[in-house]
Design a binder for this molecule. Sequence first.
Ligand code: ASP
Ligand code: MG
Length: 403
Amino acid sequence: MTKKVLKFGGTSVGTIERIQHVASIVKKEHLAGNNVVVIVSAMAGKTNELIKLSKEISDKFSKRELDVLLSSGEQVTSALLAGALIKLNIKAKSLLNWQIPILTEGEHSNARITNMNVEKINEHLNEKEVVIIPGFQGITKSADITTIGRGGSDATAVAVAKLLNADTCDIYTDVDGVYSTDPNKIPVAKKIDKISYDEMLELSSLGAKVIQSSAVQTAMMYDIPLEVKSTFTERKGTKIFNQENIDYTKSVTGVAYSKDDAKITLIGVEDRPGVAANIFEPLSKAQINVDMVIQNISSDQKTTDVTFTVKRDDVDKTKEILKEKSEIKYKDIIHNDKVAKVSIVGAGMVSTPGVTYKMFRGLSDEKINILAISTSEIKLSVIIDENNTLNAVKKLHTIFDLD
Ligand code: ASP
Ligand code: MG
């Protein structure tokens, strides 16, 4: 018998009608003879609404209580979906994380799932019941409720699929798959039928919002094939799996962009060993992630400029830290947060020479200035002026044959 994990995101369960529609999808899978475990998100917008309420109480709202508060969103949709299935004469039961339990480790609001009582779920499946589990949460060994990071229902689905040894894990959402770029902004974007874990990981970390990147990471680690598909159409979705099963006819699979980076430049930094370490050590200690780094050649052999990027939210903190540290000497510190990161991703890049030059030439044809560059085996990212984002994405989509 096939064991299936189905995950429905916030928009898929955003209204009563939609929950009823989800119930009809689950019913079909159940009546086809599958063992079905459903993971649900909170209704779209609910988690943000709850965060807002907590802020009205205090901007230093207790993290423990915040997890108790936020976990309620998924509890609501679990019960509503179970109720909708029961109304359709399907045996269904919601199981909250503490009832199973699903165990987590790590800090509040950012915990990770470590284990689950599989027996408990199997008991219900053996009774021919559909099991519905609220995503995004768990409990600690000492029975505190935790959440596992925004968008965490995807991670719940993958963890449950792994622990249950499920045959499939379907991520139902409001788009019918993963696109070569954002279809809302670039209408010529194409749906990708198959994509490797690595590429998906890059795309989702770089701004493609269809699936949470840490969920992809877990799926990759345990080789759990995923399929992203639409709740609202019956079209085939995007399969995410091991690269060996994919033929690459194109060097680039997708173009992603994000606008959450900022560029910081330290002007007139001393040019001697240890300076870069002095700059980046306190940032790493403060959990600030530095993405790209550029150091100019020093023309006078004494000072140089160091440019790097961090998340926009971290700009103030970064500047504060660098100003505090007296051992870091520089003339000035400037930042620019009106920038965007545009990236091309493709496992086919490894075997195609000239991708880098083609990207740079394409951007220069559009008179777009490159402010910073970073590369990995299957990704090439540039930082550019935010106003040029769509132009850049369009151009790259065209020159790499994705239109
Ligand atoms: N409701 C949570 C969030 O909005 C988890 C999820 O939707 O996956 O982040
Ligand atoms: Mg979500």
